[in-house]
Structures are given as C-alpha cells and as structure tokens.
Design a binder for this molecule. Structure first.
Ligand code: PMP
Ligand code: GLN
Length: 384
C-alpha cells in the first residue's frame, strides 16, 4: 500500500458490519436500510433488465432518461436549472462522485477545507489526489453540532482550492442553515474557491427544517459541484446510482476522472432511478415521516439508556455522548458493545483528524424497522 493510503486501512463500516454478523448483533453501525425501497422502482429495474435497457455499457455521462430526471428534480425542488447533456453526470454512487470530483479538481499540494467530523471517504480521496485536508471542527453546542464561521474563515489560505461541504451532515445530523450557507458562499466568492457539496441526505430532514443547496445562493452555481445519490433517498444502497450537477467545465472535468475509475455502472438501475425521481410527493413525505418517527424512537431510547443525545435535524444517524455512562473511549465502547448487549454502533473518532475531539462520541443508525430499533433500545437500557 502506498504512503498516501497507508493510514486508512479497512473502513470502519466493513469492520463493524463484519462484527455484527460474527456476533449476531443488531447492526446500527453502517448506514443502510433494512427494508428495500419502493416496489414500483424495483419493478422498473426488472423491466429494464428484461427489456434489454442498460445491460450493455450505458453512455458515459449516464442514460439520458436519468440525466433528464435529475435536472428536473433540481429545477422542481430548488429552482436550479441544469442542462442534462452538459451539466449532469451519473456516477457509481456518491462515493465515486466524491472520488472523481476530488481527483479531477485537485493538484498535489492543494488544501481542502472540510467540516470535521467527516465521512471517511473524503480523507482517503483527498489523500489519493495528493492534496491536504484542513479540518474545521463542528462542535456540540446547545444540543446540536454547529459550525464556527470564524474558524472556517481562518482555515482558508492561499493554497485552499476548495471547500468540501456535507449537509445534512453525516455523522452529526446537522443541517446547515441558510444563514450559515450564505456566509460560506460569501467566503467562497471572496476567496475564489470551488465548493463541493455532498447532499446525499437532501430528502432526510425533519421538523420542517429545509435543505438548502448552496448552489442556489448568489455566485455559487458557477463554482459548485453538487453530489447526491439514490442510495439514501430511495433505500437502494446496493444499486450505486449517484450523480453530480455542476456547470459544463466542472462536469466535464469530473467526467474525465470518472471515465477511468468505472467508466460507467448500474445500467438497468439508472432507468429505474429515473422513474424513482418522479415518484409523487407522498413518497418523499412518507420517507421523512417514517424516519422522523424512528429518529425519535431511537433518540428517546438512547436518552433513557443514559446517553447524551444530539437529536439530528437530518440524515438517518444520531450521535451520542457516552460520558454519562462512565465511558470516554468510543472505539473501546463500540468494540465491546456487541458482547455487552448485542448492538453495533460506529465510533465517531474515525471521522476526525483530531481524534481526541471525537473520542467520546458514538453514532447509531435509525434506518431500521421499528421493532428492530425497539429491541436495540431494550438491549441498550441494560447497559447501566
Ligand atoms: N456521502 C455521505 C455523507 C454518505 O453518508 C454516504 C453513504 N453512507 C456516501 C456519500 C456514499 O453514497 P453512495 O452509497 O451513493 O456511494
Ligand atoms: N454511508 C454509510 C455510513 O455512513 C456507509 C457507506 C459505506 O459503507 N461505505 O454508514
């Protein structure tokens, strides 16, 4: 393994899911739903397979039906107009979108300012690009993780090439507000930075919170690569259908990298996701209502079990503080949890460069059936 990747090893998600299987535990670690997405979308995939759509290499930028559906989605929801031919690119999940974008846009030695804690692939992809990450730490404050805008401004140097955002934010569940995003946008314009924004949880926001794509703010459309994925919105994480929307020159740059990573992927599933994006509003409302109720079920249960809970405004993860349980090391806690009570969770420290900042925090996923969450909560109550 080369020096750039040596620090990364096996992802925590693979390690913890294997631990869950080995110990027969309830897996609230890796974020994947235990119920598949809509029947009609699965049927659409079957139809595509049967009718011979996408069984051979789809077009490099993605099938036209899906690029059009993505463009319509951005216009209908956010008033963002993108040309499906030059400003939309289909990728192998958001994971490839992140990799291709960073590999395409970064020079060795460039700095990337990213919100810490961050999704683990960011650090690895920045490293593969030979660039340097500059974390700005979100800290718990009045029950939620917040960004310190002064720290963000101070993190930008002459070597900063881009800001890497994620809202709704994994693992903290923070949804950046319009005010915060406006300040970030002003900074990007002032310092002439690109913005890469991971919005895979765009539909998973609760309590009437609104997801604001930073590309909608003044001066941003032309400097922003927006990333999303069908995995979260439609509960098909195995299909690996993701996409970016960006102005033509950025889309074309990302495509240059993408064509040598996978070239193309997920042919028949692309057709099915084109249909999924046009599901009626009741689908999206239902998803939010279902996950909102599960958020409360798990958050309430974790509070009763003695954790301090940062009830998330978005995503399907809840971050907790284990110190009230007399614990300080999330790694040790998560490694012991299956033995102690048959539940698997993720230590947030893996999402930090400043490991000590993340040490006492642990993430639980609630994209699981209600009976599974109830059983998990019952087991966790036995910890005290
Ligand atoms: N970004 C974030 C913030 C995520 O949480 C995930 C999935 N866990 C991804 C990207 C990857 O998405 P995909 O499965 O579509 O590759
Ligand atoms: N995004 C998922 C999570 O945060 C995991 C995806 C993966 O395993 N790479 O749990």
């Amino acid at each position: 393994l080369n020096r750039r990747l040596a620090e990364f090893g096996t992802t925590i998600f693979a390690e913890m899911s294997a631990l869950a299987v080995r110990t027969g535990s309830i897996n609230l670690g890796q974020g994947f739903p235990d119920t598949d997405g809509p029947e009609e979308v699965r049927e659409a995939a079957v139809r595509a397979l049967r009718d011979g759509r996408g069984n051979q290499y789809p077009p490099g930028p993605g099938v036209p039906e899906l690029r059009l559906a993505v463009a319509e989605h951005q216009l209908k929801r956010y008033g963002l107009s993108f040309d499906p031919d030059t400003e939309v690119l289909v990728t192998a999940g958001a994971t490839e979108a992140i990799a291709a974008t960073l590999l395409a846009l970064l020079e060795p030695g460039d700095e990337v300012v990213a919100l810490e804690p961050y999704y683990d692939s960011y650090a690895a992809c920045i490293a593969m690009a030979g660039a340097t990450r500059v974390p700005v730490t979100l800290r718990p404050h009045d029950g939620a993780y917040r960004l310190d805008l002064d720290e963000l401004r101070a993190a930008v140097t002459d070597r900063t090439r881009l800001l890497l955002l994620n809202t709704p934010h994994n693992p903290t569940g923070t949804v950046l507000t319009r005010e915060e995003l406006t300040a970030i946008a002003e900074l990007a314009v002032e310092r002439d930075l690109l913005v890469v924004t991971d919005e895979v949880y765009e539909h998973l926001v609760f309590d009437g919170a609104a997801h604001v794509p930073i590309a909608t703010l003044p001066g941003m459309r032309e400097r922003t690569v927006t990333i999303s994925s069908a995995g979260k919105t439609f509960s098909f994480t195995g299909w690996k259908v993701g996409w970016i929307t960006a102005p033509p020159e950025l889309t074309s740059a990302v495509r240059s990298a993408k064509q040598f990573l996978t070239y193309v992927s997920s042919g028949p599933f692309q057709y099915a996701i084109a249909e999924a994006l046009r599901l009626p509003e009741t689908y999206f409302d239902g998803l939010r209502a279902d996950l909102g109720a599960k958020r409360d079920l798990l958050s309430d249960g974790l509070e009763q079990a003695g954790f301090t809970v940062y009830r998330p405004a978005g995503t399907y993860f809840v971050t907790t503080d284990i110190r009230p349980l007399g614990e300080t090391d999330g790694f040790a806690f998560c490694r012991a949890l299956p033995e102690r009570c048959g539940v698997v969770a993720i230590p947030n420290a893996v999402f930090y460069d400043h490991r000590e900042e993340g040490a006492p925090f642990v993430r639980f996923a609630f994209c699981k059936r209600a009976d599974v969450l109830e059983e998990a909560v019952g087991r966790l109550r036995g910890l005290r």
